[in-house]
Design a protein around this ligand. Structure first.
Ligand SMILES: O=C1NC[C@H](CO)[C@@H](O)[C@@H]1O
Ligand SMILES: [Ca+2]
Length: 438
């Protein structure tokens, strides 16, 4: 139609994304193979879960991204490393939430893409080692840590993210193995939280796994509230669980009624007291940018667009979105940015939902600025200060970089035949659990 914006040819951007990813992957293979993280400035190795004992985190996080990019010889290299080296009988406490979204999810996604049986076996092995955190808890709310070798649990002082972000990974294991235990334990923990909502229908974010008591009054759509809400919707989207959708809708209606705040024509979600609705803080974490996508995919497209518009003004202002900004003044309260993927996450989700090119344009700016500010000698580096000229880098690359933003950009710009663009599911760590076209 005349006047419609000419649809840009995004293939060159897709090729740049793939080139940068494989460049970083080669350095990881040559200098840090099997390490949780590569140190992108020095080329060193870094542990994530347990000091002194890496379990190949970045490799596990990268596999489905490599597969979607059709880097099949590199997929094979990673699978061979896993078959030869990955073991979970480690006598140390592992954080249950991080181990689930990264290792259970990463192995499940690798199995979904490759069909390699050993990957499913390892996903089940590490998931089984997490279960005592749930079964040892008097409330069903999992402890934060479990020793993968002994099953000893610890740290009952937890939050709704770390008790409520399991249904996607645990539910897909139940679907693939026929063992309903995983789904049932994950959903029960979500039910306990939902049943403790306040009169306003809001949730504080900190809770005690043994007493079941709230440990704070503040409600947030950012950390550590964010992926609890995400996984209520995901449990419905993935498994058709109508009850989870009811809980999601009730909580989302309350959030839109009591937490939404407009500044000019932008939508923000300050933190509020869950019992009174009083605004407690105008801090907006960059991690909350995922929520624009969640609103968009769950029937609240206008609100999702408006929240993405708000974060886009921050991206325009700072170039790279700071870890947190004050939405009433637009000043950065934490000027770092640990290569956070959420703005690109919601750009993909909103593009899939609306088809609007604006979201590909915004993701392209996100990619372009990431390359300009984070690229270092051996990979991509987190930033200590996005406002410094040039932005100052830190000698670390988070595991989610290999799973998240590079995959989001690739899916946005490549139109790869390996992804079912109409029926798919990416977890909160962007692990592909549905929609791989082998
Ligand atoms: O859900 C998550 N939260 C924090 C990380 C990205 O910022 C990542 O592990 C994941 O997306
Ligand atoms: Ca996430």
């Amino acid at each position: 139609a005349s006047g419609a914006p000419a649809r840009r040819n995004w293939k060159p951007v897709a090729e740049a994304v793939r080139r940068e990813f494989l460049w970083a992957w080669q350095h990881y293979v040559e200098r840090a193979m099997g390490a949780d993280h590569i140190k992108p400035i020095s080329g060193g190795r870094e542990d994530f879960f347990v000091e002194g004992h890496s379990i190949g985190l970045s490799l596990v996080e990268a596999i489905d991204t490599l597969w979607l990019m059709e880097a099949d010889s590199e997929v094979e290299r990673a699978v061979q490393w896993i078959k030869g080296n990955l073991r979970f009988d480690v006598d140390a406490p592992f954080q249950v939430f991080e181990t689930n979204i990264r290792m259970v999810g990463g192995l499940a996604a690798a199995y979904h893409c490759t069909g390699e049986q050993r990957l499913l076996e390892l996903a089940v092995d590490v998931a089984d080692r997490l279960l005592p955190a749930f079964t040892e808890s008097p409330t069903g709310l999992p402890y934060r840590y479990v020793n993968l070798a002994t099953g000893a649990v610890s740290r009952p002082e937890t939050n709704i993210v770390e008790v409520g972000t399991y249904i996607a990974e645990f539910g897909i294991l139940s679907e693939w193995t026929g063992d309903r235990r995983y789904f049932d334990l994950a959903k029960q923990a979500m039910r306990v939280v939902y049943d403790k909502r306040t009169e306003l229908g809001l949730l504080p974010h900190d809770i005690h796994a043994e007493s079941g008591e709230w440990r704070n009054r503040q409600a947030t759509v950012g950390p550590p509230g964010d992926s609890y809400y995400e996984y209520l919707w995901d449990g419905y989207a993935l498994f058709g669980d109508e009850e989870l959708r009811q809980w999601y809708d009730a909580l989302t209606d309350a959030i839109l009624a009591h937490q939404a705040e407009r500044h000019q024509n932008m939508l923000w979600f300050p933190q509020v007291d869950a019992f009174t609705g009083e605004v407690l803080s105008h801090e907006q974490s960059v991690l909350a940018a995922f929520y624009a996508g969640l609103l968009g995919e769950s029937g609240r497209v206008a609100e999702g667009r408006a929240y993405h518009d708000a974060f886009n003004t921050v991206q325009d202002e700072f170039g790279v979105i700071p870890t947190s900004v004050d939405c009433s003044t637009m000043s950065a309260s934490d000027r770092s940015n640990a290569l956070r993927p959420e703005f690109a996450d919601s750009a993909l989700v909103l593009w899939l939902e609306t088809g609007d090119e604006i979201f590909r344009e915004r993701a392209n700016v996100h990619f372009d600025h990431m390359v300009k500010t984070s690229k270092a000698k051996y990979g991509f580096a987190a930033l200590a200060d996005v406002t410094a000229k040039p932005p100052s880098q830190e000698d670390t690359c988070p595991g989610y970089w290999w799973s998240e933003q590079m995959k989001y950009y690739w899916l946005l710009f490549s139109d790869t035949p390996r992804f079912d663009y109409r029926n798919n599911y990416l977890s909160t760590e962007a692990n592909l659990l549905r929609g791989a076209r082998r």
